[in-house]
Design a protein around this ligand. Structure first.
Ligand code: GLP
Length: 260
């Protein structure tokens, strides 16, 4: 795992944007896995700026969301499809088309079948070249909460109490408005992406980041399965990295990879 530790979330988002823009300059039709939550917002702003500058476009690409709430109204602003539309879709954003944006059909009559179909769609697209990830305070990626299978496929998940209270800020601070269920790419599905780029900002993510990088692989901290992936880049600010025991080594290794 490569760990980039930056003073600020702005500098960290610059570094993540650079990785993505570089991929698309080499492979313009690459498939991007996209995350929601507040963490990737600055990254998406940089991708929009690069699109406006003509150095980056998703117009020829497909994007796959990690997850979607079950039981949320189609026009709800926090439905992840709507969030990602606002962030990425259109010529005034990143060039991604409406048809190019794939999200689990969580409103389907049979959400379990919809999860299966979504998993197959990802495989059928040739797979995800680069998956953007955030991390939950409890170590979830996508919405894979503690205690689940480390090799799961896309499935219906129950949100942990911690996640419901964390995400209440998107629902007027009211936990009762946060959906209890979601469809999420499974850990096995996420692990099939060719490259994983995880972002984590703020002191409240420090425990999860320490477990992700240095903890034992365990369903208690689902993100730890990423230690088994051959190409992971974790990009954090100093607060999220504050509990890493070997931070100096990771920074040295980062410099080595940059040829410094
Ligand atoms: C959300 C999403 C995750 C996200 C995480 C952290 O609920 N399902 O994909 O990475 O929780 O969210 P935030 O970036 O807002 O801290």
């Amino acid at each position: 795992m490569h760990i980039g530790i930056f003073e600020t979330s702005d500098a960290a988002s610059d570094a993540a944007a650079e990785l993505i823009i570089d991929l698309f300059s080499r492979k313009p039709h690459a498939t991007l896995g996209v995350a929601t939550g507040s963490t990737p917002e600055k990254l998406y702003a940089r991708l929009r700026a690069a699109h406006a500058a003509g150095t980056f476009t998703l117009k020829n690409s497909s994007a796959f969301a990690l997850d979607e709430y079950v039981g949320i109204a189609e026009d709800h602003p926090q439905r992840y499809r709507n969030v990602l539309r606002r962030e990425l879709v259109g010529k005034d954003k990143t060039g991604l088309t409406e048809a190019g944006l794939n999200t689990p059909d969580a409103g389907a009559d049979d959400p379990e079948q919809a999860a299966l179909v979504y998993d197959r769609m990802i495989g059928g697209s040739g797979g995800i070249d680069l998956q953007i990830l955030g991390i939950g305070v409890d170590g979830h990626i996508g919405f894979n909460e503690p205690g689940g299978s480390l090799v799961s496929r896309t499935h219906i998940e129950a949100l942990a109490g911690q996640t419901i209270s964390d995400n209440a800020r998107f629902f007027n601070g009211d936990t009762s408005q946060v959906p209890r269920r979601c469809i999420t790419q499974g850990l096995g599905t996420i692990m099939e992406a060719k490259r994983l780029v995880l972002l984590a900002f703020g002191a409240n993510k420090a425990d999860a980041v320490a477990q992700l990088v240095e903890g034992p692989i365990s369903a208690k901290w689902p993100a730890t399965i990423m230690q088994m992936h051959p190409d992971v880049v974790a990009i954090t600010d100093t607060a999220a990295a504050s509990k890493l025991e070997f931070a100096d080594l990771y920074q040295e290794r980062w410099r080595l990879a940059k040829g410094e």
